[in-house]
Write a protein that binds this ligand. Sequence first.
Ligand code: SF4
Length: 150
Amino acid sequence: MILISSCLIGAYVRYDGGSQGDTRLIELINEGKAIHACPELLGGLNVPREPAEIIDGDGFDVLDGQAKVVTVDNKDVTAAFVKGAEATLKILLTENIDTVILKANSPSCGNDQIYDGTFSGTKKQGVGVTTALLIRNGIKVLSEQDYFSS
Ligand code: SF4
């Protein structure tokens, strides 16, 4: 079974109420080969919500208490991001998941680059909070680009 970021299968869960559904991933859901989850909604955040970025580090630093996640209005949403990561890990541990495909560049789901905390559209090397927790639990996380190119 595959776990996919909800926004990648067409669910309108992005911070701006949008989605980035891909027909190839939606097909996996329709065939019963995949389930989906949105860590930020699992963490208690709503749609739409203020955009958020990780300040002074990446998802690993957030888990270690060395960095935080803040919205563009400077509201600290770190606890919700960590809660969502833990809820996503719980799904992985209770379902028979062997592949994880999470949305690139997200402060929750990114697996290679994330936005740099300046809300200027600039990316930096690093992973999102959920991806960091999954990696720490020995779980490999692919982005949608990784999955399609593999
Ligand atoms: Fe939810 Fe992750 Fe998609 Fe953001 S990138 S909307 S947290 S599934």
